[in-house]
Structure formats: C-alpha cells, structure tokens
Design a protein around this ligand. Structure first.
Ligand code: NA7
Length: 549
C-alpha cells in the first residue's frame, strides 16, 4: 500500500475510498493519509462540511452542548487557532471552523467535490470495492469508508398536489445558497422538529404571515446561546488536555460531569426547583444536568413533561394555541430541541398554528395549502420535514456486497451490523455514525475520530497479519443487535415515534437502532479489537491460492 494512487485502465486505484466530506469524511482522509495510505474522497457538495454545508436555513445553529467542544480533538493546534464566538454557533460559523481544517491539512487536493457516488460494488475476485460516480469516475480500493452522514438524506413528504405548488419551495436540509427573502410573503412551514423550531421565529420576523403546519407538538427548551469570551477561549486552550480527557470519559463525549441522581430521590418541589434553575440557565446543559432516569422512568419523565407543558402555557398568550402546542409523548424520547423564541413567536399577529392531527392537510394547489378546515393561500412553502436519518443515506447508496448482495435486501427487516461499523456480506466496508453505534447520541466529531481510529487499527492489524479482507459473522451481528436492543429497552426511547426509531419514513424498519451506552460503546469496541472476535479474515487471493497448491 502506498500514498500514491495508481491507474488501471480507466479505473483510478486507491487504498481507501471515502464517501462524504463532512466532519467524519474530512478526518477519515487525514487519518488514513497519516497511515501512509492513498485516499480519495467524493462528495456531492461543492466544499467541505456535509450536513453543515447543506443546512443553512435561517436560525440553523448548533443545538448540542456547543462550542468550543463540538470539535475535533486530533490536533491540539486547532484548539489554539480556533476562535469560537458563541456557544450555539450558527451554521456559517461551523463551516468557518471546518474550512481552515481543510486548508491546514491540505484536504481538498484529495477530495472530488460535486461528485455523487452512484454505485459501490464489491469485486470478490479483486478483493476491492469498485465505485462509479455521476461524473463518470471509475475508482477502486480495498477499503470503503461510508462517512455519508446520519442526517443527510432529506425526508420529503408525500402530500397530494405538492408538486403542483407553484410558489417558492425549500427543504431546510437543502437550503439555497442564495439569500431567501420572506419579506411580505405568506409562508407555510411543515414540520416542528429542531429545524422548523429554529427557523419559524426567524421567518416570522419579516414574513407577512407564517402558517405552521404541526403534526406533533414538541418539547423545546431555551437555547441559552451566549458569547464565548476571549477569556473562555483562553481557558479552554490552557486546559485542553484535561478537557479532552474529560470528553473521552464522558457518556456523551462532552467535558461535563452530569447528574447521577434519580428524580425519585427528590420531592416534587425539589424537582421543580431543579427544572426551574436549569430552565433559567438554559442551553444543552439542561439535559446533561437532569436526573439520570428522566428517559428511563415514567414518573421521572412525567415530572419534567408537566414542567415544560406549564412553561408553554405561561409563554403562549392564546390558551387555545398553547393547548395545541402541548406535547403528549415522553419528554426526551424525540430529539430534545433548543429554541430561540419559538413559543413567543405564537404571540405575534402574523403566526398561526394549524394542528394537523385535528385539521389534516388535504392537498396543495398552485398557490395554497388546503386543510380540512379550509384554504390557506401561500407564496412560499418551507419543508422542515427532517431526514431519512441514520440508515437512510446508506440505503440510498445501496452498496452491493458479496455475490451482488444489495444492502437494501440485507437491511429489509433491520439494519444488521456489528459494532455499528461493519456489515456481514460487505467486506472491508466501514460506516461512520451508522446504526448500532452511538452516532447522534455522542459528540459527533469526537465519535468520528474514535470510530476512525478503531478502523485504522483494524486495517493496520490486517496489514500486519497479511489479511486482505474482514467482515463480521451474522452471529456476531445478532449478538450486537441484542446488546443494542437491551440497552434501548431499558429506556423510554423505543416507545415514541421518532426519526431515532425510523418512524418518520414510511416502510422503514421500525426500531431504536442507536447504541445508547455512550462511552461504554468505545470500551466495547476496544475489547473487540483485542482479538477481533466476531470477524472473519481472508488473505489476499493470490496468497490463498499459493497456500492451497
Ligand atoms: P425532525 O426532527 O425529523 O422534524 C421533522 C418535522 O417534520 C417533525 O415535526 C415531523 O413530524 C414533521 N413531518 C415530517 N413529515 C411530515 C409530514 N408528511 N406531514 C407533516 N409533518 C411532517 O427533523 P429536523 O430537520 O427538524 O431535525 C433533525 C435533526 O437535525 C435534529 O434533531 C438535530 O439533531 C439536527 P413528526 O414529529 O414526525 O410527527
């Protein structure tokens, strides 16, 4: 293996092909290059950033624990050079933090942008993945890294007449790069997940009218965005080693201690007092400092749900609107949302809420949306309808493994995988943030680094042992599924329809597929790497034949 790509006929040959130049794909390129491998990355976008390159809708910002710790840890220099300005950075600030990474490590020279991988196929005789792009590139490599994003394939609603709508229509996950003006326009927004809830108050500032079409009312918490001062940055830089160690040891990959208490250890008054103080402080730390059993115990869960519902009633002036905004699922079992004036937006004269449960959409016309109760004339439609998440982009890629086995067929009933990274029948294919891994339940840049380090170690092990291919057994996949399922079943997460359970996409296998154990996952995969139990290796074809003769 070498750093230099080769050419075989019309096919470009590399050691590693990476699909996706988002946070994970960028680090994959750097990491494998450091190992002395030749790497090629393909991405449909025209620059780095993945999800952050696409999700540039108004109000889009980090809705996790936030900057400066939503970041790579592999280079200490980056922490010395980055200058974050806000804890909940806007999408543009996240891109502005990734672009210098691409510059510093000269990543772009090995990334082919505006190039969509339309076919990825295992060639068993050559023991290589063969990739074909929509720009006509043919490339092959023994290793294929699918850094395709957990939130990248948009979920488009199937509503009669939608395609007849003649006004402007945008999906939040594919927002245009040109400025979009809402000035004087009547805008309908479908979807009240994180994207809709971030966008609605921003759109309402200038639109003539906003009609929110809500299918499920959501629990949303104050975003608590605050400036990061030069002193904050200096402190982060100074203590970076200790902070990193804490991130590695923390359940979610953040430098945070968390709360190990049960809600049931406190009286109802004490619980309310805690919720109130967290609400006032605001930000993602609300969730990190909550009782440990909020998402596992019904009584604990109800105490927080009641608190948030009361907050919504307090904030929203019109009692009828407030009532429609009250969620009725277990709090935290859909992605918890950080909002910036979402509930307050309903106190404006130009925002109307339509509860689709009692007043469903019947159809679109060229200039309106018709719900059961009547017609709403609109100039613009914003689809904040989310993603075919976690497994959706792998299914869209639909790689073909041994004997032409299509991933869609392998995954028709569930997302079979081992350690959340590998799939039986798909040798040398590795997923980042795929089903069976913590994915969106962990600090995603750090999670990608840790998964890629593990994959790099496995590739090194294969080089040392003279092995050409690796894939898991179906037995190890089943055991892994049992482990993932057992952890999830101890919580309330599987009881709610969400994109975590695949319920937002009709026809998708419906179950909770993420590994909820946080940092325990990384201990587990480190244990697996001690002897790679559960995997089958094959030497290079020529060597196997030579041994047999
Ligand atoms: P989400 O969280 O999946 O939200 C999508 C929203 O769109 C949600 O309210 C859905 O209702 C609604 N939806 C989806 N399809 C329809 C149809 N057909 N009709 C009406 N309403 C619909 O996606 P986001 O983009 O907001 O957030 C994704 C993640 O990105 C987020 O969690 C952050 O981590 C970043 P439902 O709840 O399914 O009833």
């Amino acid at each position: 293996m070498s750093e230099q790509p080769r050419q075989s006929g019309a096919t470009e040959e590399y050691d590693v092909i990476v699909i996706g130049a988002g946070v994970s794909g960028m680090y994959a390129l750097h990491h494998f290059r450091q190992m002395g491998l030749s790497v090629r990355v393909y991405d449909g976008a025209s620059d780095v950033g993945g999800t952050w390159w696409y999700n540039r809708y108004p109000g889009a910002r980090v809705d996790g624990p936030g900057s400066p710790f939503y970041c790579y840890t592999f280079s200490d220099e980056l922490m010395q050079e980055w200058d974050w300005e806000e804890t909940q950075s806007e999408w543009s600030a996240v891109l502005a933090s990734l672009e210098p990474v691409a510059d510093k490590f000269d990543l772009r020279k090995d990334i082919q942008f505006e190039t969509w991988v339309k076919d990825a196929r295992w060639d068993d005789a050559a023991q290589r993945w063969h990739v074909e792009t929509d720009t006509g590139v043919q490339a092959s490599a023994p290793f294929l890294i699918c850094a395709v994003g957990a939130l990248s394939t948009t979920n488009m609603p199937d509503i009669p007449g939608l395609h007849d709508f003649a006004g402007e229509c945008y999906h939040t996950g594919r927002w245009p790069h040109e400025p979009v003006s809402f000035e004087g326009k009547r805008v309908a927004v479908i979807g009240t997940g994180s994207s809709g809830i971030q966008a609605i108050p921003e759109i309402a500032k200038t639109a003539a009218h906003v009609t929110v079409l809500q299918r499920t009312a959501q629990f949303a918490f104050p975003c608590g965005n605050r400036p990061i001062t030069p002193e904050d940055m200096a402190e982060a830089r100074e203590n970076w080693d200790a902070i990193k160690a804490k991130m590695y040891a923390n359940m979610g990959g953040f430098p945070h201690d968390g709360n190990t208490r049960s809600a049931l250890e406190d009286t109802p008054e004490e619980r309310r007092a805690l919720y109130e103080s967290l609400w006032q402080r605001a930000g993602f730390k609300f969730f990190l400092d909550l009782y440990a059993d909020i998402a596992a115990n019904e009584e604990a869960n109800a105490s927080l749900s009641d608190f948030v519902r009361d907050k919504i009633r307090e904030i929203v002036d019109d009692p009828e609107t407030a009532e429609k905004l009250l969620p009725d699922h277990y709090v935290m079992t859909k992605r918890p949302i950080l909002e910036n004036g979402y509930f307050e937006a309903y106190n404006r004269d130009n925002v109307t809420l339509v509860d689709l449960r009692e007043d469903p959409i019947e159809r679109f016309t060229p200039n309106s949306v018709i719900t059961r109760s009547g017609e709403h004339p609109i100039d613009m439609l914003v689809l904040a309808t989310g993603f075919d998440a976690i497994s959706g982009t792998m299914l869209k890629l639909d790689p073909k493994g041994r004997d032409g086995l299509a991933l869609k067929d392998r995954w028709h009933d569930r997302f079979h995988n081992y350690v959340g990274i590998t799939i039986a029948g798909f040798p040398n294919l590795f997923m980042i943030h795929g089903p069976g891994s913590p994915g969106v339940f962990y600090n995603m840049p750090l999670g990608a680094e840790r998964q890629l380090a593990w994959i790099g170690d496995l590739i090194q092990h294969m080089r040392d042992q003279g092995q050409a291919t690796v894939e898991p057994t179906t037995e190890s996949e089943d055991a892994w599924a049992g482990e993932v399922g057992a952890i999830a079943d101890a919580t309330l997460f599987p009881r709610t329809d969400s994109w975590w359970t695949g319920a937002n996409v009709p026809g998708k296998p419906r179950y909770f597929s993420a590994y909820l154990g946080g940092d325990i996952y990384y201990q587990r995969i480190a244990d697996v790497a001690k002897d790679y139990a559960g995997f089958v290796f094959e030497p290079a074809r020529g060597e196997e034949d030579a041994e047999a003769s």
